[in-house]
Design a protein around this ligand. Structure first.
Ligand SMILES: *Cc1c(COP(=O)(O)O)cnc(C)c1O
Length: 393
């Protein structure tokens, strides 16, 4: 089908909830994708940080095929090998104690919030259920995770929202202390605010929050839906911030393109959710878990070091453009935010796309780059060449 034909069906039959790019992507290989007319694009999006192994990765596709031909799904009422193996890799790689598997980021965050409230209720009783989150955060699209998201424009229309969330300024302990009443059970945050504009938190702030949580027996909840699974050059970003969360969520990159997510808890919290407290029909699905195993096997020390190196190379390359449209460069590993000035960020994204480079936007004025973790130097150079052409003085 042509782009026009696909778009016509979409407009006729699909709820129009996305601000879509005027492009239908047909196939890909590595970090390169092709539209329905066969035009090539370097991909700096990974489908919003999902396709960590790029497109048409052989080992990933084979694992999915083999598992589908063996057992595509059976409920969590039975044991299966793929999720058990994946758990046995994720737990030691994160230094956590146990994992729960679901299907998406918002759902993972919901489960993490449930865990925090049950922990607090069992130990301290009612009235201690508030979760402090940060301004400018993003935690998902369900009624509860919208409320957890610290941006007012997500709090319209869908009343009544879940109660029990208050917001503090990122990197501001005074602001956090102002919310620190006796009703608090947890602090929840991203370590690099993704949708909010690729804003890394200060290490000092993160460590001060962790210390406060430990003192007050609040749970430290870290949302690594975007930053996790090697994106920042370590399996989880918290490993570079010198803190140990009580619970940490993951999703986007975990299965390299299949819907999958979940949360890991430490020793203190591993037994809070017991039989019947939480569950999911699809969670831990054998095919998604088989894909997750391939992703985990890929994230070796050497591979993660390369993610850091490629991130540095890309950031240095963007800085070397000396573009008048760049106001600053932020991020860690292959999660990069480019501050845009002198042009709307969406306009810049569209111009890059027209010249053969896919990018994302974030916040009010940020170009967000999340290339597949397997991107090659050659592909990065091609992407940089498009940026040089579009963003020259
Ligand atoms: C994408 C994202 C979510 C939501 O994940 P979904 O899979 O879309 O539900 C939550 N938190 C963060 C930090 C994210 O980047």
């Amino acid at each position: 089908m042509t782009f026009e034909e696909i778009k016509a069906l979409d407009e006729r039959y699909v709820m129009q909830t996305y601000g879509r790019n005027q492009l239908a992507i047909d196939r890909g290989s590595g970090a390169t994708v092709y539209d329905t007319a066969g035009k090539e694009y370097i991909d700096f999006t990974s489908g919003i940080g999902v396709c960590s192994l790029g497109y048409a990765n052989e080992a990933w596709a084979k694992a999915i095929y083999d598992q589908a031909m063996k057992l595509g799904h059976i409920s969590n009422l039975f044991y299966t090998e793929p999720y058990a193996k994946l758990a046995s890799k994720l737990v030691p790689a994160s230094g956590m104690a146990a994992v729960f598997f679901g299907n998406s980021g918002a759902e993972a965050n919901e489960g993490m919030i449930k865990l925090a409230r049950k922990y607090s209720f069992e130990k301290y009783g009612k009235g201690r259920a508030t979760v402090i989150t940060l301004r400018n955060s993003f935690h998902g699209r369900t009624i509860t995770t919208l409320k957890a998201t610290g941006q007012d424009h997500f709090h319209d229309f869908f009343f009544p929202f879940t109660e029990g969330f208050r917001y503090a300024e990122a990197n501001n302990m005074n602001s956090l202390m102002a919310e620190a009443d006796g009703d608090v059970c947890a602090v929840m945050m991203e370590l690099i605010q993704g949708e909010g504009g690729v804003n890394p938190l200060d290490k000092d702030f993160v460590q001060a929050v962790a210390k406060l949580c430990a003192e007050r027996d609040w749970l430290l909840l870290i949302d690594e839906v975007q930053t996790g699974m090697g994106r920042t050059g370590s399996v989880f970003a918290f490993q570079q911030f010198g803190v140990h969360p009580d619970v940490v969520t993951f999703a986007k990159g975990i299965a390299g393109g299949l819907p999958f997510g979940g949360f890991l808890a430490n020793e203190k919290c591993r037994k809070v959710l017991g039989t019947g407290d939480h569950g999911s029909t699809f969670g831990g699905n054998p095919i998604a878990a088989a894909a997750g195993n391939v992703v985990m096997d890929t994230l070796t020390e050497d591979f993660l070091e390369q993610v850091k190196e490629k991130g540095r190379y890309l950031r240095d390359g963007i800085a070397a453009l000396n573009s008048p449209y760049v106001s600053g460069i932020r991020g860690m590993g292959l999660m990069i935010g480019v501050g845009v000035q002198g042009m709307a960020h969406k306009e810049l994204k569209d111009r890059l796309m027209a010249s053969g480079l896919l990018a994302l936007t974030a916040g009010k004025d940020t170009l967000r780059l999340l290339p597949p973790l397997v991107i090659t130097r050659e592909e990065i150079d091609k992407g940089l060449a498009v940026m040089a052409k579009v963003m020259k003085a």
